[in-house]
Design a protein around this ligand. Structure first.
Ligand code: SF4
Length: 196
């Protein structure tokens, strides 16, 4: 079977650029799964080039193109930005779902590059404190929680339309603390339903 670079869910097209990730979240949709919503997102071959992704997007017949999949898309920053340019030239919107480690991964502040390229950036906050973040997301890099907060602050400063997200299973008390953190950064918090 061919590797899945682009897949459709509802009105959106999703781009699966990599399987690399700096977290090992206990709730990750990849855990123990071969597929997601029927799409085989583990890449057996090489990660896709921007040209391969663009070829599969075709005319980008969708509401928006979302960089998501079985990995952290900012590992493929150059390719993601190239695909964003194509999607915008097709008159469609772009969104990034990220763990917020992109600047740590790329060794530079990537927020200025995202401004204009992405119409929305969903940053998974997941937990209100470093200790809880590390227990839930099991980061493979040091300072991951602080990296996520720093990335969000820079996105805000660079005019990127961004928001934090948490899953509802963490409970009301922690959600309230995450909301306070989001307010401190100056961005909204969205609470998503947990997908087992
Ligand atoms: S950051 Fe996303 S892709 Fe990475 S382990 Fe967590 S849920 Fe999975």
């Amino acid at each position: 079977m061919k590797d899945t670079y682009v897949y459709r869910i509802g009105e959106n097209l999703y781009v699966n650029l990599t399987n690399r990730c700096t977290n090992r979240c206990v709730f990750c949709v990849r855990n123990g799964k071969e597929t997601y919503e029927g799409h085989a997102l583990w890449l057996r071959g090489a990660e896709p080039t921007a040209e391969q992704v663009i070829g599969e997007l075709g005319g980008a017949d969708c509401r928006e193109v979302v960089f998501c999949g079985f990995g952290e898309p900012t590992f493929r920053l150059t390719e993601m930005l190239a695909v964003c340019g194509y999607v915008h030239s097709a008159g469609k919107k772009t969104r990034l779902n990220t763990n917020g480690h992109g600047s740590a991964i790329n060794g530079k502040d990537i927020a200025p590059l995202l401004s204009g390229a992405l119409d929305g950036v969903n940053i998974s906050l997941n937990a209100p404190t470093r200790e809880e973040y590390e227990a839930l997301c099991r980061p493979q890099i040091g300072g991951a929680f602080e990296a996520t907060l720093g990335f969000a602050r820079s996105c805000k400063q660079n005019g990127v339309n961004c928001w934090f997200s948490v899953v509802d299973v963490i409970g009301g008390e922690k959600i309230a603390l995450c909301r306070a953190l989001a307010e401190e950064v100056g961005i909204p918090l969205r609470v998503r339903e947990y997908i087992p």
